[in-house]
Design a protein around this ligand. Structure first.
Ligand SMILES: Nc1ncnc2c1ncn2[C@@H]1O[C@H](COP(=O)(O)OP(=O)(O)OP(=O)(O)O)[C@@H](O)[C@H]1O
Ligand SMILES: [Mg+2]
Length: 405
């Protein structure tokens, strides 16, 4: 009877495949403290925008989700928009919808309208129109009501055709200005912000206009994240670019060895399994502290080791090997990430995986003349980092993947 109760108390909190929920979120104390101390000055109307950069699967989106949850308890409104795959007009429309969604949520009306706003473009218009009709008595704030009216007309008159330059300008101006006009403090988070570098916008480009529009806002602070580390660095640090110096860049790294070990120890304990320090270290060695890989290894080990048992080295080795099998989701993710690269770029990566670090060696080994062009590109994608005068792959699982293919 007693052992039954114990069994039902244990809980597997490893999670893989999407940003983690606050309950599954582990540590990141240092990053969170630093980010919060910058962002919270918005309460006094002081803006400290920040940039979170880090390689794929390191936990950037999870930090953003956790922050959203966390800030909600301090009367700060948050908005989270993933820029992946958007062009300028879909970015502006989705952003506008997200703001309205957040306003409806604040009014407790999200359940009635919000889900349908998410469903997409045409549905969004009718939903907004309906919302406006129904809300007249409730009174949505003036600014959002005005914006809603604008959007309903705008979407109606531009349906099924592309936007003229002046229409795009107006949509841009009104959308970017909206969160600042809402009489509250907002933190707006743009995930995968490097995607906006491809936005096609007249009048000097998207970033120049964006900076100009947000510069004097004192009700909104921004968080920009991206996995294309070099691209994000260029956007925010290269003096040639309009957003240079606009926000403080904070690096998100994989868990260090202590954090990785304690993560595994605590999570396995919660799951009713026991792990020993040698196995914690072996796993860290294999996956380099990337939280995504730690979680997947955790889930697989729990499949193979029953509750109340101690994890064996054989099983840990088996699971770490399984990461590289073509049916593992990690293998699939990495393939998807690398498939976009050209042949020469892949050759270069391959040589780097074999241990070549100096540009001259890499160039001659891969038989490529302008090796710096490729190394810079790989840096901009966030796959390679430069340490003094040599270059290294960031992710040990990608390194091993390349060795084997
Ligand atoms: N703080 C954390 N605690 C526990 N697990 C985490 C944490 N952060 C990330 N993870 C694990 O890593 C995985 C990837 O996290 P997340 O999606 O936040 O990374 P990301 O940096 O946004 O990746 P991408 O660049 O691919 O979007 C999660 O699915 C989860 O398994
Ligand atoms: Mg992400």
């Amino acid at each position: 009877m007693l052992s039954n109760i114990c069994v039902s108390m244990s809980k597997i909190k490893f999670s893989f495949g999407r940003p983690v929920s606050p309950e599954q979120f582990y540590d990141r104390e240092e990053e969170l403290n630093r980010i919060r101390s910058r962002l919270l000055t918005i309460k006094d109307g002081v803006k400290n925008d920040i940039v979170l950069v880090g390689p794929r699967r390191v936990g950037k989106s999870s930090i953003i989700f956790y922050l959203e949850h966390n800030l909600a308890q301090e009367d700060i409104f948050t908005m989270n928009l993933d820029c992946e795959g958007l062009d300028l007009s879909s970015f502006l429309k989705t952003y506008g919808n997200t703001i309205i969604e957040s306003e409806l949520k604040a009014m407790g009306l999200m359940r009635r309208f919000g889900e349908r706003i998410k469903k997409g473009f045409t549905e969004a218009i009718s939903t907004m129109a309906e919302a406006l009709g129904k809300l007249r008595a409730v009174e949505l704030g003036t600014s959002s009501e005005e914006f809603l009216r604008f959007r309903i007309e705008f979407d109606k008159s531009t349906r099924n055709r592309s936007l003229a330059d002046d229409e795009l300008d107006e949509l841009f101006e009104r959308t970017i200005a909206l969160p600042n006009n809402l009489d509250k403090k907002y933190i707006v988070m743009f995930d995968e912000f490097q995607e906006t570098a491809n936005f096609n916008f007249s009048r000097g480009g998207f970033h120049a206009n964006f900076r100009k529009s947000i510069r004097n806002q004192n009700n909104v602070a921004y968080v920009f994240t991206g996995s294309a580390i070099g691209m994000m660095d260029t956007i925010f640090n290269d003096p040639k670019n309009p957003l240079a110096g606009a926000a403080e860049v904070i690096r998100v790294n994989p868990f260090d060895i202590q954090t990785s070990n304690s993560f595994l120890e605590i999570r396995f304990k919660e799951a009713g399994r026991k792990i020993t320090p040698d196995i914690e270290e072996f796993i860290f060695d294999q996956v380099g502290g990337f939280p995504a890989y730690l979680n997947w290894a955790g889930l697989r080990i729990c499949d193979l080791i029953p509750e109340n048992k101690t994890i064996t080295m054989d099983i840990a080795k088996k699971v770490c090997e399984e990461i590289h099998s073509p049916i593992s989701p990690i293998f699939q993710m990495i393939e998807k990430q690398l498939v976009k690269l050209g042949l020469k770029t892949k050759n270069i990566l391959h040589c780097m995986a074999l241990g070549y670090k100096r540009p001259s060696e890499i160039g001659s080994e891969a038989n490529v003349k302008n090796v710096y062009v490729y190394l810079n590109r790989l840096q901009s994608y966030g796959l390679v980092s430069k340490i003094n005068d040599h270059y290294e792959l960031i992710d040990p699982i990608i390194t091993e993947h390349l060795k084997r293919t």
